[in-house]
Ligand binder design. Sequence first.
Ligand code: URA
Length: 268
Amino acid sequence: MDSALEYWTAKALLDWQIEMGVDEAIQDEPINRYDLADKAPQAAATRQGPATCNAGTAPAAPPAAPGPGDAIAAARQAAGAAQDLDGLRAAIAAYEHCDLRAGARNLVFADGIAGAPVMILGEAPGRDEDREGRPFVGRAGQLLDKMLAAIDMGRDRPEAPVYISNVLPWRPPQNRTPEKAEIAMMLPFVERHVRLAAPKVLILMGNTPCQALLGRSGITRMRGHWTQALDLPVLPMFHPAYLLRTPTAKREAWADLLALKAKLKELA
Ligand code: URA
């Protein structure tokens, strides 16, 4: 950019595109990255593990980067060292092994009231969450807020609070489903997050948190059945994004909300 005018023109154009809903930067001409391979031989040679999560970021660092197991071990160590939620947030922000971090605008850590009896875990931030840095603020989040309000609870109701987070703190590109390696890598942080937030019950919204914490998915069968994880009662529920696509499933979601309310009463 060789003049201030060009800078501001370019910025205005960019702002306009963002307003219009553009959320990816794509060049006019495709780049054949195989042709570029010889320009970055070290990066290609040292790259190991799954496509989107790496276990070391410095391409030129000899010897080869550590594998995914090391990234999980690093996550365990960083998560274990966090003494409180602020420390955990800082540890996640400093964790460099997951490539999703590079593509995200914001780290989406949590919302609601820490220490609330209910902790809700979703999948990963979407576009709105990535922009705001808060979980469940888009359409699915608005539905979630309405669902909670229907049982007199809410993320900003100190008298009946909930605490909300996701399995992944960074938005996957194009909102794709999180990969196993990404989940495995971030799981130590999720587990530590639950321990530090210390809820009485955990709500798993959709298949991704079920897979992460219970080791199985199949939300249609699992929803509404209390189970146990991290020494806590756990209730799998339909994800609000699914409820937006399948409004007939709201009947089951309502039953699950009532089950949550009943469990809280029982535990009180
Ligand atoms: N879906 C999720 O699972 N989490 C969010 O934060 C938003 C949408």
